[in-house]
Design a protein around this ligand. Sequence first.
Ligand SMILES: Cc1cc2nc3c(=O)[nH]c(=O)nc-3n(C[C@H](O)[C@H](O)[C@H](O)COP(=O)(O)OP(=O)(O)OC[C@H]3O[C@@H](n4cnc5c(N)ncnc54)[C@H](O)[C@@H]3O)c2cc1C
Length: 529
Amino acid sequence: MHDVIVVGAGSAGSVLAMRLSEDPNCRVLVIEAGDVPTSEDLFPTAARFSANREATTVPNHPNTWSYELSITSDRRWKTPRGKILGGSSAINGSYFVRGVPADFDEWAALGLDGWSYEDVLPSFRAIETDQDFDTHAHGTAGPIEVRRAANELLSPLSVGFLEACERSGFPVEPDKNAGSAPGAGLLPGNVTLEGFRSQPGVRCIVPHLGRSNLTVMGNTQVQRILFDGQRAVGVEAVGPAGDRTNFMADEVVLSAGPFNSPHLLMVSGVGPADMLRRAGIEIVQDMPGVGRDWFDDPCIWVPYRPTPELAIHRQEMFAPQAALNFDSGNAPAGDLEVILFAQPMGALGHAMCVILHREDSRGSMEIVSPDPGVPLRLAYNFGSAGRDIERLASAVATCLDIMHQSPFHDQIEEIAPHISQFYKDDTGLTTWVRDVFGATAHTAGSLSMGKSTSESTVVDRNLRVHGLENLRVADASVFPTPLHRGPFATTMMIGQKAAGLICDGDEKSSRQSAEGYLLASNGGVADGR
Ligand SMILES: Cc1cc2nc3c(=O)[nH]c(=O)nc-3n(C[C@H](O)[C@H](O)[C@H](O)COP(=O)(O)OP(=O)(O)OC[C@H]3O[C@@H](n4cnc5c(N)ncnc54)[C@H](O)[C@@H]3O)c2cc1C
């Protein structure tokens, strides 16, 4: 019997398990479907080096899950997620930028007390040690090492790009994690000087595997949540040898990511009743919000060829070095992003990634079988609402403008010809963008946090599943609205904050005072619905 079972040792689950198990009286069981290497050097190269793209480009890579979705009504798309200790943070771009203050203030305005920017800031600080800034906004003692490219690892391309942004009239944003106005600046990354990922699996779990109250099981996949009436009492899981075991606990937390957490709920009988019945699943709780209206950021890659002396490829170099955040001219502000990748991205070569944040389109998810091994039917439904495609196309136009601005323009020999043909041709550009855009894997919002009075929400402000006992969700699924930036740092913040919420406030505050993390991160939210 455990106090807490955490399902999934990904970006949020790893932080959560580390913080919970700081209390020697809290027995924590983490169940992870992927490998759990017991030391950093046992991680495969693909997961270890930030600049390595193998896990995301090799089909059926052993360290990834692969999902097939429809991206628009007439196009299919494949997207990976990490399946190894650290989850998607073991294969992601290591871009470590928080949501902006307005994102969290919007969450608080939805009635989610405890989630304003001021409330979540201590949790952001608690997860990081920022190597470059030591201000009120930054952490100095957290497990994740955060830095911006510097010295010989700062590519002249990044410097040229930032200068071109400035010459194009965009403001400078020197610290993208300070909550200041959007502009052009170096990107914070969770990377070491050697180019290793400073990711939560490595930094939050590996050093604490010796804790007697922390058990981490790898290659073990949770199949369903076990209920006694409306109370979660444990999970059923299948181990590496195919052995099926029930694990019991006082509380179950789903941290299996924005596709697998809702899938686990649905296969366990929690979801839209009609859909579950059609799939042959017995209902535990009708919950229309499960898997509904989730979101992802559409994106497009703009490849370029730098002059030969700048075409550097170094394993220790952090690739997404600089970014411009700016407005499409429509509300909400700061919805567009152009990221400069300063070294080749596998077969794609050097490229800029153009991203639309704050999209209006919403994804859908349908369960079709009671067998957890049968994939969900997933659709992004991009282009189904608002002006998402037009906004993304306007960002590509800005990206092309910057590529034609000195000094960046002098550093590149060629912009991909199939794209440069649309420079100054807005109509052709929009048509082309509609035909070829992709998705960033910034999926979130499939188990949205909100008041129980709203049909579309699933968890309350304390991350408890509405109407059920002893069951919470702590991962990217719970975002109530899309962010203005990538989701990774914010997802880790949710793991940190969840630990504070799970603990009985007063008792836990004193238990944690030696390290001070939970005390700092709880944000004073009373436990209740
Ligand atoms: C290729 C890629 C690149 C990205 N790049 C960036 C970036 O640079 N910056 C950024 O901000 N965001 C990026 N993202 C998004 C970001 O990484 C994710 O939003 C974030 O990691 C999500 O964290 P999570 O805890 O919700 O899920 P995950 O980190 O995916 O963790 C889920 C964990 O649960 C495990 N699991 C799933 N199902 C089960 C089960 N049934 N039983 C047991 N375990 C299970 C998984 O194996 C995994 O370890 C990227 C994502 C991808 C996939």
